[in-house]
Design a protein around this ligand. Structure first.
Ligand code: SF4
Length: 459
């Protein structure tokens, strides 16, 4: 998963992009980058491994640009390197092209092979670079026509922010897998993965970039087109369940409201009779736990405290990194838990590693009974569309039944939200969502060579 941001025609474009990336940091913590375009059309990139940091901020303070785009990234296995940090910046015969991508292209391996056979030389292992090479080869007149031509054979998930000369472009794949919103700061259009990034720069939310839409902005104004073939809508339901920030709107709906509704539905489907209190696994489950507490009439307590200086365990690329971080990330509040029958609400269980550790912590702090409730169905398959869920073998729900999972985790009971319940609870549901990692109903044929895809994918 990644966060993307872009602003056009603002004297403070670099600083605004920097701020935008701070609020999209939850979408990727392995690298961050900004490309800015000056008034003469020159472009420069500042990129760094890790989060937006002081050194990068200090460097960005010294530069000026009227248009800028930014990217926060997490990668899939084996590709967490500075060469793969985005935005990608290339000099083409038509001028500078910069690209920030959120999503995964499912036919990147085939497209890359084809381009290499025709002489393209790649400088990274990212799928996103395929789009840049295709852009460079286009002979179309207008930037939006070149982008449409570059995207016409591309399959899979992409929300993109691109600069070509002094034109800023934004595009979303026809299935709309990943979010992308448009806002405005004065006269300057601002694009971002989530509305929390508009809020931080003081921009007003206007609308979503529509699935299949290409938006171009230059000195002549803004143009919208729909050059890509229409497809069935497949927005990622996991954005509502886990990934997006609760203070954001994505896919036209409030993430907080979605999570509360998921929690309420969970309380109706999987009540926990006899329980005395509800708490969340912070922070992504807070709203769902509030919904569960409200619906069940139980008090909501803060029983786990999260250390905010440790990144999300889910987006650490290696198991060793994940295990070490779980231990220092949460601490239980003994005074809340001691002697109590408790409901622990989490948004999802992926490998089970984190949950097992948390249950042990909660029991060690004196909880008498631990009833685990999950505000999504069991995750039984990998994601090919931009979220780094692990291979099927690593997913606990792909190997064990719910009863076996409960024993493995050490809980007194375990309840998952049903697929129907999840889809009925999210704004705009139940139709138009991808739920493949829960249901096995993949909207595209799985890639013929998933390993190659995982090696090559951008975010
Ligand atoms: S497979 Fe799951 S995580 Fe991936 S896009 Fe679909 S719903 Fe989202």
């Amino acid at each position: 998963m990644c966060g993307i941001f872009g602003v056009h025609g603002h004297s403070d474009a670099v600083r605004l992009t920097q701020l935008g990336l701070y609020s999209l940091q939850h979408r990727g913590q392995e690298s961050a980058g900004v490309v800015f375009v000056d008034e003469k059309g020159g472009a420069r990139a500042v990129r760094s491994m890790g989060t937006m940091n002081d050194a990068m901020s200090a460097e960005l303070e010294r530069v000026k640009g009227v248009t800028a785009i930014g990217h926060t990234r997490y990668s899939t296995a084996g590709s967490s390197t500075i060469e793969n940090a985005q935005p990608v910046l290339s000099r083409t015969r038509g001028g500078f092209v910069a690209l920030a991508h959120n999503g995964n292209l499912t036919n990147a391996a085939e497209l890359r092979m084809d381009l290499e056979e025709r002489g393209s030389i790649f400088t990274s292992t990212m799928d996103s670079e395929v789009i840049v090479h295709r852009l460079a080869r286009s002979n179309a007149d207008r930037p939006e026509e070149r982008l449409a031509e570059a995207l016409c054979e591309v399959e899979g998930a992409y929300s993109l922010i691109v600069t070509m000369g002094d034109t800023l472009l934004a595009a979303r794949d026809p299935r709309g897998w990943r979010p992308l919103v448009l806002g405005r700061l004065g006269d300057a259009p601002v694009f971002a993965s989530e509305t929390c990034a508009l809020d931080i720069v003081g921009a007003t939310y206007e609308r979503e970039v529509q699935p299949g839409e290409v938006v171009a902005v230059d000195a002549e104004g803004m143009r919208s087109s729909f050059p890509l073939p229409r497809r069935e809508l497949k927005r990622c339901v996991f954005e509502y369940v886990y990934f997006a920030r609760p203070d954001s709107r994505v896919f036209g709906g409030s993430v907080d409201r979605a999570r509360r509704a998921l929690g309420k539905r969970l309380a109706r489907e999987c009540p926990a009779p006899g329980a005395e209190l509800v708490f969340s696994v912070p922070d992504s489950s807070n709203s769902a736990a509030l919904g569960f507490a409200e619906e069940s009439g139980l008090p909501y307590e803060l029983a786990l405290i999260r250390n905010h200086y440790i990144g999300r365990t889910f987006i650490q690329p290696t198991q060793a990194g994940r295990d070490a971080k779980v231990k220092v990330k949460y601490n239980p509040v003994r005074e809340v838990l001691e002697g109590k029958k408790v409901v622990m609400v989490d948004d999802s269980i992926v490998r089970g590693t984190t949950t097992r550790g948390l249950v042990a912590l909660v029991r060690a702090a004196g909880a008498r009974e631990v009833h685990m409730r999950v505000s999504s169905p069991p995750v039984t398959g990998p994601c090919y569309y931009g979220i780094d869920t692990p291979s099927r073998e690593e997913l606990i729900a792909a190997r064990l039944t719910p009863e076996e999972i409960a024993r493995d985790l050490g809980v007194d009971s375990l309840g998952y939200l049903s697929l129907e319940g999840m889809l009925a609870s999210v704004p705009g549901g139940p139709h138009g969502f991808c739920h493949a990692c829960f249901s096995g109903d993949y909207p595209t044929a799985p890639p013929t060579d998933p390993d190659k895809l995982r090696f090559g994918c951008g975010c």
